[in-house]
Design a protein. Structure first.
Length: 647
């Protein structure tokens, strides 16, 4: 036997004792602990554990992670406050406590035998005793439990008897099926990129795109708040620490998966993990021909719904049904490759893949939706301009003609409409999408974005806050809750930004908030940092110019602004909110003609938050200009028309 801390570990009797009391362990947890203890303080690699504990099974590394996490919870901490099992990053684990080997007295009676004897005497068996029996070898457990059952048949006439019978049956028939969630309510789920178990990196694209396919499929389930694909992208090709990832993403459950492609065959393994109980809700394996890959997303989505015990409405059930008979395997592969390329910001190549997919499968709605999204990104980030926006609209319309209730197409199209100053067209798309799934965080966020452009600032904040309650990470690193800023709530605005994120857009907005608070040094520092992180970002260039304004280097700042404005004008279509910031920067330099020129373009381009324009202190130097009053009135008229139409 082995002793460490307050524990005695008896492999022959399959027991772990804590100060003499038995601690129940699952069979795999026991096996993992045995390997770690026998290795002592030597590093135990993940490969060694997987080979010894799951020698004949195809399982994911997450099985090991979950098992180790459960062991840590059982063992607690050593007397000096350390965990018994230490993680060695990218290598494996090490048992850090001192271990003493002790000889076991041959006459020593095991707790299991004592329990059977006591139960025979009193004619009953407690649940804690059942847990202890569960920790012993299956053959011995079955014999002892049947003895107990035979000597106490009378107890089956009571409710407790039925519970015990069910529990014993669970131990020896369905012991691999573990805990489920309780009554149905909104669950928070993350589907992580699948891990490639093969050596061929050509198929690496499947890891992210398969996860994205499952996420898209689950977007219609209102009882489920699924983290979007961009939120899980950072977990590609890295070991997964289940508790840490669950904390970072603020979810109740995680789906992890792996795939192995060999010739025309592909093997996909998945498991659904309850992050709170650190137990497996479902796990499965799919062995199929590669040309049947399209069926996987439906099967996995169905198992997730079952594992989380969700109840679907008839309309949700109908939307989850796939009609992909016209999608060829090659068209689907082009689609998956396009999705992965988009995630890697290779928008031109994503467009080529998705165009090929739609050519081979012209009735595949999702391919059209993602093609439209790629055109939009190419127009915005690659300065491709109006032509790409026109192609995007055609693609979105094709997607919705094929599938009018497709949520993703509505979100992407609405975002494009808002970006290009057409919020009156964005709002109906989003409101209809919310009728399909009122718990979809990204829909609420996009609606808050549209309301902001139209000057419905309180409504914008309400939608954005609801989105963050549903998913605290929604658009966290790629946009800001500007409604606070436009309402003059500068402290709340800064508090809403992630502190630890060093993303150029977020750093710029942090500087922008400090600028409004007149904390000039902090604002200049953040503006310069954003520019240092990404000199091509439009907002970072504006911030750099404003930093020069703070430093009284007007000529340098205005040179940057003129370059930015020229670049902006070449696009023909652009973000009118970004144009507004150019106008604010010109106003900071006291260049009223330039500020009014760009401000006029911003309002006519579709950014008309009249309450903000009427009170923005950054425009105070323009308020006596007749042209400013005309621009302000234009914003007011469109704001009132929007209010009448939608509120």
């Amino acid at each position: 036997m082995y002793e460490f801390g307050k524990f005695r570990f008896d492999p022959t009797s399959h027991l772990l004792l804590s100060e003499g009391s038995p601690i129940p362990l699952t069979p795999k947890a026991f096996d993992v602990l045995l390997v770690l203890v026998q290795n002592g303080m030597r590093l135990t690699t993940k490969e060694e554990l997987m080979t010894k504990v799951w020698p004949d099974s195809f399982v994911e590394e997450a099985n090991l992670t979950v098992t180790v996490s459960a062991l840590r919870k059982v063992l607690g901490e050593t007397t000096d406050g350390k965990r018994y099992i230490e993680t060695v990053p990218k290598k494996g684990y090490r048992f850090v406590a001192a271990i003493n080997e002790v000889k076991k007295d041959a006459a020593e009676q095991t707790p299991g035998k004592e329990i059977v004897a006591r139960s025979d005497e009193r004619g009953s068996l407690s649940l804690s005793e059942l847990e202890t029996l569960r920790a012993e070898p299956a053959g011995k457990n079955e014999e002892q439990s049947l003895r107990i059952y035979a000597s106490n048949r009378w107890i089956l006439r009571t409710v407790g008897g039925f519970l015990i019978l069910a529990f014993v049956a669970y131990l020896f028939v369905g012991g691999s099926k573990v805990t489920k969630f309780g009554p149905a309510k909104t669950r928070r789920l993350a589907v992580l990129p699948f891990q490639n178990l093969g050596q061929n990196t050509e198929f690496e694209f499947l890891g992210y795109s398969l996860a994205d396919a499952v996420i898209t499929k689950l977007g219609y389930v209102s009882q489920l708040s699924v983290r979007p694909s961009y939120a899980v992208q950072k977990y590609k090709a890295q070991p997964i620490d289940i508790p840490r990832v669950a904390r970072e993403l603020k979810v109740d459950a995680l789906l992890t998966g792996s795939f192995l492609r060999e010739g025309d065959d592909i093997r996909i393994g998945c498991q659904l993990v309850d992050a709170n109980a650190e137990s497996i809700l479902w796990k499965g394996r799919f062995d199929l021909k590669y040309d049947k890959l399209l069926t996987v997303q439906d099967q996995v989505a169905t198992q997730i719904i079952r594992g989380l015990e969700l109840t679907l409405s008839p309309s949700e059930f109908g939307r989850l049904r796939s009609d992909v008979s016209s999608v060829s395997p090659l068209a689907y592969e082009y689609y998956l490759r396009g999705v992965d390329l988009y995630a890697n910001s290779d928008f031109p190549m994503a467009i080529r893949m998705l165009e090929k997919s739609t050519e081979l499968a012209p009735n595949y709605s999702l391919a059209w939706a993602n093609l439209g999204r790629s055109y939009t990104a190419n127009a915005s980030f690659q300065l491709a301009g109006a032509e790409q926006y026109e192609k995007a609209q055609i693609a979105f319309e094709r997607a919705l003609n094929l599938q009018s209730d497709q949520i993703d197409a509505r979100i992407y199209m609405a975002n494009m409409f808002t970006d290009t100053g057409r919020v009156e067209e964005a709002v109906p798309l989003l409101r209809e999408a919310l009728r399909m799934n009122p718990n979809h965080a990204e829909i609420h966020w996009e609606l808050g974005y549209a309301y902001r452009f139209a000057g419905m600032l309180q409504e914008s904040v309400a939608e954005s806050e609801l989105a963050r309650r549903l998913d605290p990470g929604v658009k966290l690193n790629s946009s800001a809750l500007n409604g606070y800023l436009y309402l003059g709530q500068y402290d709340r605005f800064l508090e809403s930004l992630p502190d630890s994120v060093d993303q150029p857009l977020i750093v710029f907005y942090r500087g922008f908030g400090e600028y409004y608070r007149k904390n000039w040094d902090a604002a200049a520092r953040d503006f310069d940092r954003a520019y240092e992180l990404d000199r091509t970002l439009l907002q970072a260039q504006i911030g750099r110019a404003m930093s020069f304004a703070i430093q009284r280097q007007e000529s340098k700042g205005e040179d940057i602004l003129r370059t930015v404005e020229t670049r902006f004008n070449k696009r023909a279509v652009g973000d009118p909110e970004a144009a507004y910031k150019i106008a604010q920067a010109y106003a900071a330099f006291g260049d009223a003609p330039a500020a009014l020129r760009v401000l006029n373009r911003s309002v006519k381009g579709g950014f008309f938050p009249y309450p903000y324009l009427a009170n923005d202190p950054l425009l105070d130097s323009l308020r006596r200009e007749p042209e400013f009053l005309r621009v302000l009135d234009t914003a007011r008229q469109r704001h009132l028309a929007f209010t009448k139409a939608f509120f």
